[in-house]
Write a protein that binds this ligand. Structure first.
Ligand code: SF4
Length: 360
């Protein structure tokens, strides 16, 4: 019977493991370093494109490995030039990413999980349920593909990366950290960690782990209410990660990293937009160095929430301003293609009449 070798995904191997593979095969371990760079620096997906690797060595690679890669399947361009992209993973699952051009900077918003288990009530991804964690290469590929799309559409690469797409990054801790390490590796994408922000729904254990690991990237937390009852209604995970524990973990994070924490606050009409809500938010944010991003709610299909009136938003900001905090008001971007915060969910994208291109 034909004895076929089960091929391994080559990008699961570290540089040292690749060097070891060549050594064991009687070749120079230096080849491992070269192949690693073809994979992670030059993003080559076909072994035959590795031109400084001999035919014999390429055949050896082909016999033992494959490259499980992620591609952009489709993308939509919003009126404000925000682009929402659908990525196709090797097993047929899909996730989404977004390119946001603002003031000469291009921010890429990427996903860490297919679906999400946390069921935040305002979030379209939460409605999908959890499908699976993404591997670090799948997270990395999104950055590579969005960089190419950014160069093609805006003539420049990425300025910033935010883990704010589908999924809770701290629920997929090791893959997210490995992806960041590769994005920042001098022989891979060589991006500064200060240009990366991980956005969490507030997983206390994960934030404490980030502090313990003394990470060099930024942290944003989706707060959305500074009252436990209200926050639990919006984000059920608050029952196990209450505001007091969350504040302790954020103080811990600041002590370990010296990085100011971004607090995201989605303003929802008649829910968390009163002057009392603003006061509670300000008092909460006084506990650690913070800046507050106020985001107008983007309506999601089948959700009962609305965007507050202009007047209410102004009142809320006025109350907040009395507390001498750093406040940004974030205009919603790309809402006509459901690319704004809390709107990422794969349904609809492939059926949309707005599809501009397909790479299939
Ligand atoms: S907001 Fe984040 S944590 Fe909550 S359901 Fe959506 S993706 Fe999951």
């Amino acid at each position: 019977m034909h004895n076929q070798i089960k091929k391994q995904d080559i990008r699961k191997l570290t540089r040292e493991q690749l060097a070891g593979f060549f050594r064991k095969s009687g070749k120079s371990s230096f080849k491992g370093k070269q192949v690693w760079e073809w994979l992670w620096k030059k993003h080559v997906l076909d072994f035959d494109d590795m031109t400084n690797i001999s035919l014999n060595e390429r055949n050896l690679l082909k016999e033992n490995f494959l490259v499980k890669h992620t591609n952009i399947k489709d993308y939509l361009v919003s009126k404000d030039q925000t682009i929402k992209a659908a990525f196709l993973l090797y097993d047929g699952q899909s996730v989404e990413g977004v390119l946001i051009p603002v003031g000469g900077r291009i921010t890429a918003c990427i996903s860490s999980q297919a679906g999400c288990s946390y069921s935040c009530v305002f979030c379209a991804t939460g409605q999908m349920g959890f499908i699976r964690n993404l591997g670090y290469a799948e997270i990395y590929d999104q950055v590579v593909r969005l960089t190419s799309l950014s160069v093609e559409k805006y003539n420049k690469g990425l300025s910033n990366i935010v883990f704010m797409g589908m999924g809770e990054p701290l629920a997929n801790y090791s893959n997210v950290i490995s992806a960041v390490n590769l994005i920042c590796h001098k022989n891979a994408l060589s991006m500064s960690p200060s240009r990366i922000t991980l956005s969490t729904a507030g997983i206390v254990k994960g934030i404490n782990k980030l502090a313990q690991d003394k990470v060099k990237f930024n942290l944003a937390v989706s707060l959305h209410s500074a009252e436990n009852d209200k926050r639990s209604r919006l984000m059920p995970l608050n029952k196990k990660n209450n505001l007091q524990d969350l504040a302790s973990s954020l103080k811990n994070f600041y002590r370990a990293t010296n990085k100011r924490i971004t607090i995201e606050y989605l303003l929802i009409d008649n829910f968390n937009d009163s002057p009392d809500d603003a006061t509670a938010l300000a008092k909460y944010c006084k506990q650690f160095p913070a800046k507050i991003n106020i985001i107008e709610y983007n309506p999601v299909k089948n959700k009962p929430f609305n965007k507050p009136s202009k007047n209410k938003i102004e009142m809320f900001i006025k109350t907040l301003e009395k507390f001498n905090l750093i406040i940004n008001i974030r205009k919603s971007r790309g809402s006509d293609v459901n690319a704004a915060c809390g709107q990422l969910a794969i349904q609809g994208l492939f059926n949309s009449e707005q599809i501009i291109t397909s790479n299939e």
